[in-house]
Design a protein around this ligand. Structure first.
Ligand code: UDP
Ligand code: MG
Length: 215
């Protein structure tokens, strides 16, 4: 067994009782087959803003994985300190923890059409998702915008986040390029990627999504 798989099994055996007590009946049970779309793009590119609009207009449940992690910090979970430290540094939280939180959010939802915002952020995230959730995404959106603009948007948004500062955002941009672009290339090769020009007004960007969702 590889080190990664071993650590995955160990973590799941520890985490399962608290996080996944209904998961055996799971997703991802045979009776449910949710539609999953991934929404990717660098920090501040507008994933959250556009996801909220897509969700409302086209009938999806918007799950921001960053928000799930921040909620987990607020709930004083056993992972809270580790998650806070990772987010503060602009790094990627361990896949095992993230995927367990995501799985639990999907399973506890009464709906079955999801926009997963800000995940998978690395190839390791993607593989862990495939192993633990395994629902092939239908569409993968990639909001594309230059770094200068992303930095500007992050520094202007004022949401009181520990990671919305120059130094952490520089690191998030570096992490995005090193770890998230490979995921984007992967889905591009699979023919699932829709690259959206994310410069312009909110309305302009939203209109570019119409051909994908208004079918
Ligand atoms: N994060 C993570 N894995 C995920 C999603 C988020 O580790 O799947 C962490 C990571 O540290 C990231 C932070 O949460 O920098 C904020 O993510 P979010 O998607 O909320 O930020 P955004 O890209 O929207 O600015
Ligand atoms: Mg966001």
């Amino acid at each position: 067994m590889s080190r990664r798989v071993r650590s995955l099994s160990k973590l799941i055996s520890v985490a399962k009782p608290c996080l996944l007590n209904q998961a055996d009946a799971g997703i991802v049970s045979q009776t449910r087959s949710p539609t999953i779309n991934f929404v990717l793009g660098g920090p501040g590119v507008g994933k959250g803003t556009q996801c909220a609009r897509i969700a409302e207009t086209y009938g999806f449940t918007h799950l921001s994985v960053g928000d799930l992690l921040r909620k987990d910090i607020s709930s004083n979970s056993v992972y809270g300190d580790m998650i806070l430290e990772t987010i503060t540094k602009g790094k990627i939280v361990s896949s095992e923890v993230t995927v367990i939180l995501l799985k639990s959010a999907i399973e506890s939802s009464q709906t079955d059409r999801f926009l997963i915002d800000g995940f998978p952020r690395s190839e390791e995230n993607r593989v862990a998702y495939e192993q633990l959730i395994g629902i092939e995404p239908e569409v993968v959106l990639f909001f594309d915008c230059n770094e200068e603009e992303m930095m500007k948007r992050v520094l202007h948004r004022n949401q009181g986040r520990v990671d919305d500062n120059i130094d952490t955002t520089k690191e998030r941009l570096r992490v995005f390029e090193a770890y998230s672009l490979p995921v984007i290339r992967y889905y591009s090769q699979k023919g699932k990627l829709h690259k959206i020009n994310a410069t312009g007004t909110e309305d302009e960007i939203f209109k570019r999504l119409r051909p994908i969702f208004a079918t």
